[in-house]
Design a protein around this ligand. Sequence first.
Ligand SMILES: Cc1cc2nc3c(=O)[nH]c(=O)nc-3n(C[C@H](O)[C@H](O)[C@H](O)COP(=O)(O)OP(=O)(O)OC[C@H]3O[C@@H](n4cnc5c(N)ncnc54)[C@H](O)[C@@H]3O)c2cc1C
Length: 354
Amino acid sequence: MFSMEHHEIVIVGAGPAGLTAAKILGEGGKDVLVLEKLPKDRIGDKVCAGGIFRHGLIYIPKFLLEKSCDSLTFHVNGWATTINTVDGEPFLYTVDRLKLGQYQMAVAEKAGATISPDSSVASLDKRCRVVSLKSGKKIRYDYLIGSDGSTSVIARGLGFYNDKAVCVEWYVRGRDEFEVIIDDALGMGVGYVFPHAGYTIVGAGTMPRFMQIGQFREVFKSWCRQHEIVLGGDMKAAPIKFNYNGFRFGDIFLVGDAASFNFTTVGEGIYQAIRSGEIAAKAIIDPTYRWKDDIEQLLIYHRLGSLMTYTYDRLPKTVRSLTLKKLFRMLSSILRMPMRDAMATHLIRMVMGS
Ligand SMILES: Cc1cc2nc3c(=O)[nH]c(=O)nc-3n(C[C@H](O)[C@H](O)[C@H](O)COP(=O)(O)OP(=O)(O)OC[C@H]3O[C@@H](n4cnc5c(N)ncnc54)[C@H](O)[C@@H]3O)c2cc1C
């Protein structure tokens, strides 16, 4: 008789969230299958600046860190200021996403998880506890972890709409300092220059509702030209989902970008992905674990970012443009104060939790 493939835990998506959960569940002796649409040698590859703030270091082995940042230049409406670390330690690092993914995959496999590359999930039947692959294959689960990122099939299968910001990125050479760009011309968008080992990622992100992506790309390219950044090579684009809909739905968990744990305002999501994957795995292993407290704590940054964006979004257009100018002026004046380095550093450390 035909019997459907079954696993105790099926994880959809081998990003930082899914692979973290796979490792912990594997170590806990669980039967874990990770379904990933990418081929095995591309697992980890992702349009991402790869920035890790200090609080994320507990999850990233030192040998994966590429560049460290103890001095960050802000470009605010044509004016620039550089802030430095106050305690001598860097506050930001970069990792290569492909190397991080390949490392996490090896660790998860060693822990006993089975990774199934080239396995794109097409749909979820939550009533029958079955996921269907594009190939037509069906797999049954006891628990399902949706860690399939910003275009999550699992979130959609649960009935959620993925509201997304869009980011554009280029790989460049010859720009070796960390920079952040906040400029009226970019609307609510923010740009960044993040050096890695042997290359630098230059990119920017915005909400499509604030500026059409084509216009945004051209405005950002023009900003780069004015600042002597040569954007060679192909542009890469990727979305970031920012509407949080929940973490646990009975035997289904949404983690990482699939749930929108990211802190959209500063574009941070790797730490949140790893942490939420960890919380989901612990909740499956130990039914008495009080995961709600940990999720609430993790959501603080996401909620702060959402509050800023949604409040701003609901302002009439004229008020919005005035408010934006005021915000920039306020930021500029804070940074221009005599104590600006210490104050700005303090602010940044508050935001980055370091
Ligand atoms: C341009 C840009 C810059 C960023 N910069 C930073 C930064 O500097 N620092 C930071 O912390 N965060 C950054 N982020 C956010 C960060 O990339 C994400 O928050 C993080 O990757 C989320 O991890 P995840 O595991 O949830 O999802 P992902 O890393 O997106 O992994 C999801 C995985 O699921 C797979 N998948 C998707 N759909 C399916 C399917 N149907 N079937 C099977 N597999 C599927 C994908 O191939 C992928 O491997 C950036 C994001 C963008 C877009």
